[in-house]
Ligand binder design. Structure first.
Ligand SMILES: [Zn+2]
Length: 207
């Protein structure tokens, strides 16, 4: 399920979507007639010969239909399945880690940390995300990501990519920093260095 990014011309708005052109078309076209507005009809008529601007709206509207829970959030609208990330933390907890953590680094250098909310917090079962110590959002027990207002587009896009392939992002962190993304310790033995992640951590997190 590769992700595609579509930019709105002359704007910083963009949409990141796992939808294929056919899936996006179907999402819009399959709505009941009463829900479709003229603009949506015109996009369906123009499909598949969409301009750059039409493409942005096409995928944005389709994403909002498929994933209404992200609609109200400001900034970019994303499909927000973070089920794989939730699974990684569930594995770690099941394997006895009391406060598992994942450390990551975005291509822009933002230090991203994910950790489960405490059982005594207002959101037990959720995973909190911080970037450079700023709260960026949370992942629900169902694996739905809700970015906070402070989560900028770059971080949000990075988190989408991470959610899509957590192991890849975990290894990328090890490669860049020389540390294990799970426990934060330096990778010293040859196997860990070669895998960019500590073998015990990898097993506990189910990587
Ligand atoms: Zn480790």
């Amino acid at each position: 399920m590769p992700l595609h990014t579509f930019h709105r011309p002359n704007s910083t708005d963009k949409v990141v979507t796992p939808l294929s052109p056919t899936e996006a078309y179907q999402a819009i076209a399959d709505q009941p007639d009463a829900k479709k507005n003229d603009f949506q009809r015109s996009l369906c008529r123009a499909y598949p010969n969409l301009s750059v601007s039409q493409k942005y709206w096409f995928y944005k509207i389709a994403n909002d239909i498929v994933n209404p829970q992200t609609k109200a959030i400001s900034g970019i609208k994303v499909n927000s399945s973070f089920a794989k990330v939730k699974e990684v933390f569930d594995n770690a907890i099941r394997n006895g880690l009391k406060s598992p953590k994942l450390r990551l680094e975005s291509p822009q250098g933002a230090k991203v940390v994910l950790s489960p909310a405490k059982a005594t917090s207002t959101n037990p079962g959720f995973i909190y995300i911080k970037a450079n110590d700023l709260y960026c959002g949370k992942i629900s027990p169902d694996g739905i990501f809700s970015p906070s207002r402070d989560c900028n587009d770059e971080t949000q896009t990075y988190l989408m990519e991470f959610a899509h392939d957590p192991l890849k992002a975990a290894k990328e962190y090890g490669r860049k920093t020389g540390n294990c993304c799970c426990c934060g310790r330096e990778l010293t033995d040859p196997v860990s260095i070669a895998n960019f992640i500590g073998p015990i951590c990898a097993e506990k997190f189910g990587f």
